[in-house]
Every structure is written in C-alpha cells, then in structure tokens.
Design a protein around this ligand. Structure first.
Ligand code: HEC
Length: 410
C-alpha cells in the first residue's frame, strides 16, 4: 500500500469545493468548542489551531454527528422545543465537519482564520453578592478519573431574597468538569448537610448524583464555557437568607491539584414572578439486572403530584428544565398529556450522559394546568448490574427525574 499512499497526496483527493479549516471549520470550533478545548481548560486537547484540530478531524466529525460533542443533551432540533443559548450544531455545520474530515482536513487560507479562536466568556456585570467555597479543596482521585464532592457555600445573604443570575468562577479550570448547585428548603436539610460535612474529613463531603440531602431544590447546573446565567426575565429563585447553598463539584483529573471555585450572585428583594424550583421524580424504580433498554414510566398530574386541590393551582409555565439520571441512564423523555386529549413533547434527551448536566431554558415556555399529566420515560442499560437497581443516591443506584423551574402564568 505504501506506494499508493506515496503518490496520492491528500490534496489530490480533496474535491475542489471541500471545506477548509480556515474558511469553514475554524468558525465552528470558535463558536462551539474552544471554550473547553483550549490550553488550561477542561477538555483533553486544544482545538485552536490547524495542527491541533486536523489531527482529530475524524473523531471531531464522528462526535459531532453523534451529538456527543459539543455536550448539549436536550434535543434542540425543534421537534421537541428549542432552548436559549443552546450549544447545538446545525445539520449544516455537522455536514461541514464531516466533509472536511472526508477530504482529509484541508487547511485553506490562513488569513481567513477568525480573529478570535478563544472568544472571551461574557461575565455578569451587575452581581450583588460574592460567594466562594470556604477553603481550597484538593480533589482525591485515588486512581479514578473523577471526584464528586459537595460543599456548603454561604451566599452571604442578610435576608431572604431572589437569585436572578449567577456566574461561576472555576478555581482551577483544568479540573472543574461541571457543577450542580442546590438550595435548601429548611433547617432540617441544613442540619443533615452539616452532619455529612462533619463526618467526612477535609472540606465538604463525598456525594454522587445529588447533594445527598433530602430537602433540596436545584438552582444551577454549570459546565465550562457557560457564561453568566440569568433566570428568565422578571423571575428569580427564592432563597432562605439563613441557609447556605450546597454546591456539588464534579472534578475530573486534568493535572490541577486544588480548587476553590467562587460565584457571583445577583440577588433581588422582589421579582415579578417567583420561580418554583422542584424535582419531578419517578422514584419507584425496579430495574432488573442485565437488561439493555429497560424502561421506567410514570404519569401523574400536577395536582396529584403536589397533593394540592386542582382548583387552587393556577396555570403554570415551565420556564426551564434539568433532566437527571445516573450512569445507567440511556435516554429520557418527558411528555405532557393535556386534559383536552392533546399531548406535547416537553424534553427529549436521546443520549443521556451523566457527565454533562445542564439546566435548559425554553425559548417558548410550556403551559401546565393542574390536571395535565406529565409522563416521564427513562431508559436504562443495566447490563453491568448484578441485582435489581432501585432509586437512590449511590453510584449503583438510579434516578429518573426532571428539575422544573415553573412560575404562575401571567
Ligand atoms: C463544555 C465543554 C466542551 C465543549 C463545549 C466541547 N467539548 Fe469536546 N470534550 C470536552 C471534554 C471534557 C472531553 C473529554 C471527554 C469527556 O469528558 O466527555 C471532550 C472530548 C472531545 C473529543 C474526544 C477526544 C477523544 O480523544 O476521544 C472530541 C473529538 C471533542 N471533544 C470535540 C469537540 C468539538 C468538535 C466540539 C465543538 C463542536 C467540542 N468538543 C465541544 C469538553 C467540551
């Protein structure tokens, strides 16, 4: 074969109209990838130059086509809603990456490279409170790639207030893979978290999948490249001024040794529409071992889920959603069945990835009446399990839920 290779250079094969790095590929990478794929950031390799990217052209095309990269799990193609700030490649962009790889990664004209391959991330300009992990923490990978750790973080509130926006300032961006932040409903939850913290040596406590405490609600899920996050216009999440936040850090071994992640919070005394943040769960899971594709389904109305009389529940709008499963999770779908017999797709996660959890804000909020029913379908691969898997917090247990951010419809 060598003689054939020797007389067939890649450029001979590339069709004249094949996409090139500088003209076609670099703008896609700058828009959707380099926030993580640059030196000093979380991804394993930078993709900011021709040499860096061309070495990976085939796996870039394959991961993009499978929608493994960029990580954005909720289908944003339109059949099941679209979301704000979606890092979602268009079919055309995927086709460009595929054609580029196919043509063996032609370079093109270097003068066409977009000026900024690593655009700055837009921060918050009007935050009111600074918060931070109380101490630095040195992740304990102990031979594993990941360390999941929860920290109590004091948001520095004098009084109850609404969180309307936040920005995450990762302490060491080479190890902060992603984080999920929780609020506490009550003192009992605080006591529970404090006990966990005290029982575990070193700052914080080990936690997997969630905060390890019952009375929590999700307030944030952040991954690198996430700019400042603002809750929908006029809304905010009520926080109890006496209670800390719980921040679950997912550290991934990237060479860094310690971290002290900080937060900028924008708090308001009043908001037009307070957000209710709550988990909608199907906790009745009985996943038999050794099955690839086991499905758990649950369908409940808002009235029966909350236990409130239907006529006391005003029409709601779901403004944002965060799907959640553990590592056996394969896919998750939520569908609304209306009282009038119609149905609507709420969120479709065709390929669940425990590594990447986000809050997805709807471009178009979803209405929700007390007697409408929300159906959750969660599909698992329990091939590796040796016994029935139930609901729980541990690595061997599973979950099936969506965190909902709702407000009364105006
Ligand atoms: C939010 C951060 C983030 C963004 C955005 C992102 N990546 Fe990644 N990427 C990662 C991380 C972290 C890994 C390592 C594997 C993992 O943790 O999933 C990775 C792995 C990869 C791999 C696999 C490397 C291998 O050797 O298997 C490829 C290819 C890749 N990314 C390409 C891309 C492309 C192309 C884009 C944009 C279209 C992109 N990524 C956007 C964080 C990101």
């Amino acid at each position: 074969m060598w003689w054939w290779l020797a007389c067939t250079s890649p450029s001979d094969e590339a069709p004249a109209d094949a996409p090139t790095f500088h003209e076609d590929v670099a703008p896609i990478l700058a828009d959707s990838c380099t926030n993580c794929h640059q030196d000093g950031a979380i991804a394993p390799m930078p993709l900011t130059t021709y040499d860096e990217a061309s070495a990976f052209s085939e796996v870039i095309a394959a991961d993009a086509a499978a929608r493994i990269m960029p990580p954005f799990l909720a289908d944003n193609a339109g059949a099941c809603n679209t979301f704000e700030h979606a890092n979602w490649l268009s079919d055309e962009e995927i086709a460009t990456l595929e054609a580029w790889a196919e043509a063996e990664a032609p370079e093109g004209d270097p003068s066409a490279t977009p000026a900024e391959m690593t655009p700055p991330i837009e921060g918050l300009s009007d935050w009111t409170h600074d918060a931070s992990m109380a101490e630095t923490y040195a992740p304990d990978f102990g031979g594993a790639a990941d360390d999941y750790r929860c920290f109590l973080v004091d948001p520095g509130l004098d009084d109850d207030a609404y969180l309307t926006a936040y920005e995450v300032l990762p302490g060491d961006a080479t190890i902060v893979h992603h984080l999920v932040a929780y609020g506490l409903y009550d003192q009992a939850g605080f006591d529970e978290a404090t006990a966990l913290d005290e029982a575990d040596p070193g700052p914080g406590y080990t936690c997997f999948g969630d905060a390890g405490v019952d009375s929590t609600f999700l307030i944030a899920a952040w991954a690198p490249g996430g700019a400042a996050w603002e809750y929908p216009e006029g809304t905010g999440i009520p926080l109890d001024g006496d209670l800390p936040l719980i921040v679950q850090m997912h550290y991934n071994d990237g060479g860094g040794v310690e971290d002290q992640t900080a937060f900028r919070l924008r708090m308001a005394d009043v908001v037009e529409r307070p957000l209710s943040a709550f988990f909608w769960v199907n906790s009745d899971l009985n996943i038999p071992p050794g099955v690839d594709g086991h499905k758990e389904t649950d369908r409940t109305s808002l009235a029966s889920y909350t236990g409130y009389p239907a006529d006391l529940i005003p029409t709601q709008e779901i403004l944002a959603i965060a799907p959640h499963m553990h590592q056996m999770g394969k896919s998750l779908k939520a569908t609304m069945f209306r009282e009038d017999g119609s149905k609507q797709c709420v969120v479709d996660v065709p390929r669940w990835d425990f590594n990447w959890q986000f809050v997805y804000t709807y471009t178009q909020p979803i209405e929700f009446n007390a007697l409408d029913e929300l159906k959750l379908d969660c599909i698992y691969d329990s091939s590796e399990a040796t016994e029935t898997v139930n609901w729980g917090e541990g690595t061997g247990a599973e979950m099936c839920l969506v965190a909902l951010f709702t407000a009364d419809k105006l």
